[in-house]
Design a protein around this ligand. Structure first.
Ligand code: F6P
Length: 368
């Protein structure tokens, strides 16, 4: 298809880890495409996996009604299927064998006459999408992830809901922490970025925030717990990112998903800290790993609005012939950036972020 030709038929897929607001985007893309431009819309099941396996089905207006507030994704997703680096089995030693199956994915898209593909995902999905662009598939990306770590957009949908859930958890843990005079450590997701911990820690009034961007000194963390206890404070609340690590130390790996293009899954730092702090301070400590509860359930109003704006803008970009771009929010304005600028990159919390300064100024420490 030539760039000058009008788009008549599009595919939509959700890739990577799920997050609240995916259905709101699918709805916005499908409804805008059908009602405003009379496009034909197909849903690709389980992200790039469905494109590789040719599981592609029509999406109608009715299919996307009543899903605005629903968590998860009606299309399903996968965080193990990048067409350019796809696990096709294991060698005799059990090691995964990867192959480039982009040809297969492109063939399936062509079989359904897809003029373009809307890829809703994070950095891994944008990386897969960037490879498809090289094979002349026209792509529009929409930034999704609870981690809020995509380059060139100030915010991703899903983040606000994750922060809301994590803050609610911190609020609840505070009351039991107070009753038992304990050090309570709450572990939050985010991979290598501390956005969720920074925001939920600030919103929940955590006393100690540990994020991947600032290596912590265990001695200072313990000293703060002891100091608070000596000053008669009933408890200490620690908000820690799954990717946080001590000065010169390593992140705690929960598991390695061999067949995934991004195989490392973090998790467990709160339990390590719990033991270390209890041993050094003699204070009673407990750890809570919030885990996937941060990714499930209804999106907040903010995420529904953002998702709706992103989905609508994606269709506008397609109709304007602005391909191979990801929708983005910059300084409160909807815009778009080249997908290749986003693929395989992560946006970490800058050390001069004003919220870090605000937390410090209101008495919290980052363990540095
Ligand atoms: O990227 C979203 C995320 O929830 C991360 O915060 C977390 O590290 C990872 O996905 C967990 O992946 P999985 O669902 O494969 O355990």
């Amino acid at each position: 298809m030539l760039d000058s030709e009008k788009v008549k038929c599009i595919g939509v897929l959700t890739g990577g880890g799920d997050c609240p607001g995916l259905n709101a985007v699918i709805r916005a893309v499908t409804k805008s495409a059908i009602s405003q431009h009379e496009l034909e819309v197909f849903g690709v099941e389980d992200g790039f996996l469905g494109l590789i396996d040719n599981r592609i089905r029509p999406l109608t207006f009715d299919d996307v009604s009543n899903i605005l507030d629903r968590g998860g994704t009606i299309l399903g997703t996968s965080n193990k299927a990048n067409p350019a680096h796809y696990c096709i089995g294991n060698d005799p030693a059990g090691r995964p064998i990867f192959a480039d199956v982009t040809d297969r994915a492109v063939r399936n898209a062509r079989e359904h006459d897809l003029d373009a593909l809307v890829c809703i995902g994070g950095d891994g999905t944008m990386s897969g999408a960037a490879h498809l662009v090289k094979r002349d598939l026209r792509i529009i990306g929409i930034p999704k992830t609870i981690d809020n770590d995509l380059m060139h957009t100030d915010v991703t949908f899903g983040f606000d809901t994750a922060v809301f859930v994590a803050t609610e958890a911190v609020d609840r843990i505070r009351t039991t922490a107070s009753s038992h005079h304990r050090v309570m450590i709450v572990e939050m997701m985010g991979r290598n970025a501390g956005w969720i911990t920074l925001h939920a820690g600030a919103a929940g009034g955590a006393d100690i925030l540990l994020i991947p961007e600032i290596e912590y000194d265990l001695h200072k963390v313990c000293a703060r717990c002891v100091d608070r206890s000596r000053r008669g404070k009933a408890y200490t609340l620690v908000a820690v990112s799954e990717g946080a690590r001590p000065i010169g130390g390593e992140m705690v790996v929960d598991r390695v998903v061999q067949e995934s293009p991004d195989p490392i899954r973090l998790g467990g730092i709160s339990e390590v800290l719990c033991e270390q702090i209890a041993k050094r301070t003699k204070l009673e400590c407990r750890a809570t790993i919030l885990g996937h509860v941060q990714r499930g359930g209804k999106p907040t109003a903010h995420d529904r609005v953002l998702a709706t704006q992103f989905g609508h803008r994606a269709v506008e970009l397609l109709m304007n012939g602005e391909f191979d771009r990801m929708v983005a929010m910059q300084d409160g304005r909807l815009t778009s950036v080249p997908i290749s600028d986003v693929a395989d990159r992560q946006r970490l919390v800058p050390l001069d972020h004003p919220l870090i300064a605000a937390c410090r100024a209101t008495g919290a420490i980052f363990g540095d």
